[in-house]
Write a protein that binds this ligand. Structure first.
Ligand SMILES: [Zn+2]
Length: 303
């Protein structure tokens, strides 16, 4: 089967990204505090089976298990020497599970370090770190980069420009928004339009939001409307959590059911969102319900 370029496919139909990796890894026994990305090497069949479950659920976009896979993230576990191997391997696992029917997004997360003069890391160092991770992901065969859960538009812009040095791989750029005084802002205080403008100017091909603690289902819908306004011609992606997390007996629970998220899909598409998916707490069951809702939506529009 021929797999079109991701952006060409997106210009003719909305697409479904996948759901939470961390939640699924923990369900398979990943101890908390350990390095998720190391599992690409020493628990690769578990990682691949998670990708496969999302692909089987109907997801078009399978995201690699590399959120903390930069040298900075890996150095917290003494694994920075394995950066290339981990990212390449992660991309191959996702590629194999996706087959020819789905696309693979190489996941790049924030480093967690502030940029100088506020923090220790310079913009130039940060750019190199992102470029190296993106190159490793590309060598494993990704179709796109998914730069996720960013808070600082400056770090986002550096990551986008670094990934852009690799030609022909589209960039999906998403921030985590919270709410402050009734407005959506990132952790660093950037508004939706500030954050999105910066990502679009830096060269992102798709922009939007993922994660976002304390956002309700209704909040995600309102946020989606703001994102579509801010993005202009650039396609928008929204990957909500399975509702707002609740901690019970020391364990985090997400209350939104597959049906809740399926109902949200239709409303997000109506709002002009072009890629929907899930973040924390979303399981293959959620994604399957969302996939069905997406199919129904497409059918209703054709009739
Ligand atoms: Zn999340």
């Amino acid at each position: 089967m021929y797999r079109a370029h991701l952006l060409a496919e997106l210009s003719v139909r909305p697409m479904l990204a996948d759901g939470a990796m961390g939640t699924q890894l923990m369900a398979r026994g990943l101890p908390s505090g350990t390095c998720c990305e190391q599992w690409n090497l020493d628990h690769s069949s578990e990682v691949e089976s998670i990708h496969r479950e999302f692909a089987d659920a109907g997801c078009d976009l399978i995201t690699t298990n590399t959120f903390c896979g930069s040298t900075v993230g890996l150095s917290r576990h003494g694994l920075e020497e394995c950066m290339r191997e981990i990212n390449q391997r992660a991309a191959r696992l996702a590629r194999r599970a996706a087959g020819e029917g789905a696309w693979v997004a190489g996941n790049i997360g924030p480093t967690g370090d502030a940029i100088s003069p506020f923090g220790q890391i310079t913009a130039r160092e940060l750019s190199n770190i992102f470029f190296k991770q993106a190159s490793a992901l590309q060598s494993g065969g990704v179709d796109a980069f998914a730069i996720e859960t960013m808070s600082d538009p400056e770090e986002m812009a550096i990551a986008i420009k670094a990934a852009h040095r690799i030609q022909g791989v589209p960039i999906i750029a998403t921030y985590a928004f919270g709410k402050s005084g009734g407005n959506f802002v990132t952790l660093t205080g950037a508004t939706v339009s500030e954050a999105i403008d910066r990502a679009v100017q830096a060269g992102a091909d798709v922009v939007g939001a993922n994660c976002g603690t304390l956002l309700s289902i209704e909040d995600y819908l309102r946020l989606a409307e703001e994102l579509v306004d801010a993005a202009g011609e650039t396609p928008v992606i929204v990957q909500p959590n399975a509702g707002s997390p609740v901690v019970r007996n020391g364990k985090t629970h997400y209350a939104a059911t597959p049906n809740d998220l399926a109902a949200l899909v239709t409303r997000l598409l109506d709002a002009g969102v072009q890629i929907v998916g899930g973040c924390c707490g979303t399981t293959p069951a959620h994604l399957q319900a969302m996939s069905l809702a997406m199919g129904e939506y497409a059918k209703a529009r054709k009739d």
